[in-house]
Design a protein around this ligand. Structure first.
Ligand SMILES: Cc1cc2nc3c(=O)[nH]c(=O)nc-3n(C[C@H](O)[C@H](O)[C@H](O)COP(=O)(O)O)c2cc1C
Length: 314
């Protein structure tokens, strides 16, 4: 794929290979190592606007960012345009350069609240939310799916509405809500979004190798790609897609990630937080199941780190 800068409103990213928002994974340490590997933009995980308004202590830790992070994007979700606009203008969001709105989350708890992917079926409300968040004066992007159910696609109409409502960039995950994270990615629908608008369109879904990224751009004409689970398995995927050596090995990145977590959360809490991520690193590793059991039994991040650093295949 052709590497190029992306203009999101007044912000310009170094390249067009982005790291996705991933609940439970896209914390400051993961974003740090993905940026070191070359990711042009990293997003926080989704943060509830209602949560920030009514129970800020529970949600605000998700907004922690490391001083080393350059351009940063926060992802918010909600259903009420007033609350979302208020939060977008609040001190919580002020440190971020870009606001991304989640309009794709399939999880029932979110969907039944009229949040996330529910907005794919309510363009009027989605438009109100985008306009209201845009009043923050920050660049705004929107992350969507191609529809709720197979065959009932909203991509093109939604993309036009998002641009007309003030969005500066659109990310399209090429699956419907009911598919969750499985199955083929619909390149044709992503291409429809790209052809419908003049703001940058970023394509997402099923990118686990450089070849996947190349194919995604070739098939959709999108301006860039967003990698999610592929980066959890291998944060060096950004280096691979970009074709520029970052100067770090995977073990060096893991070491840095665990050290950053330990500094902020201490040895025990960070060990527990890091377990699910460690399991991703062990995917496909010989004897990985046993190592995973050891890691899940440990409450010391130093121990977890040493287990991973001693794996030959990593
Ligand atoms: C564990 C998990 C958590 C996720 N959390 C978020 C989230 O907070 N916000 C969001 O927009 N998408 C979220 N997603 C969706 C991803 O950002 C991405 O759209 C999806 O995984 C498809 O990309 P992939 O095939 O490269 O993994 C999540 C996905 C997974 C598997």
């Amino acid at each position: 794929m052709q590497v190029k800068k992306i203009k999101i409103g007044k912000i310009e990213t170094q390249n067009n290979v982005f790291f996705a928002p991933l609940a439970g994974f896209s914390d400051f340490a993961m974003r740090d190592i993905c940026a070191l590997s070359g990711a042009g933009l990293c997003f926080t995980e989704m943060v509830s606007c209602k949560g920030l308004k009514y129970t800020p202590d529970a949600s605000s830790e998700l907004l922690y960012k490391n001083p080393s992070e350059k351009i940063t994007a926060v992802q918010i979700f909600g259903s009420d345009e007033e609350v979302m606009g208020e939060i977008a203008r609040s001190e919580y969001i002020a440190p971020f350069d870009i606001i991304d709105i989640n309009m794709g989350c399939p999880v029932p708890k979110i969907y039944t609240n009229g949040e996330g992917s529910a907005l794919l079926a309510d363009l009027k409300q989605a438009s109100k939310i985008i306009s209201s968040v845009k009043k923050s004066q920050k660049p705004v992007s929107v992350k969507i799916r191609i529809g709720l159910t197979e065959g009932n696609f909203v991509t093109e109409e939604f993309a036009k509405m998002a641009e007309d409502s003030g969005a500066d960039m659109l990310t399209v995950h090429g699956r419907v809500r009911t598919a969750y994270y499985q199955g083929e990615v619909n390149y044709r629908e992503i291409a429809k979004a790209k052809n419908a608008v003049s703001i940058p369109v970023i394509a997402n879904g099923g990118i686990f190798t450089k070849e996947d990224a190349d194919k995604m751009i070739e098939q959709t004409g999108a301006d860039g790609v967003m990698v999610a689970r592929g980066a959890l398995e291998n944060p060096l995927i950004f280096e691979e897609i970009l074709g520029v050596k970052c100067g770090y090995s995977l073990k060096e990145l893991i070491s840095r990630q665990t050290d950053l977590l330990k500094q902020r959360y201490g040895a025990e809490r960070s060990a527990i937080m890091f377990r699910k991520q460690a399991a991703y690193y062990l995917k496909g590793v010989e004897g990985g199941k046993k190592l995973k059991e050891k890691i899940f039994a440990s409450s010391d991040i130093n121990e977890v780190k040493n287990i991973l650093l001693s794996v030959e295949g990593l």
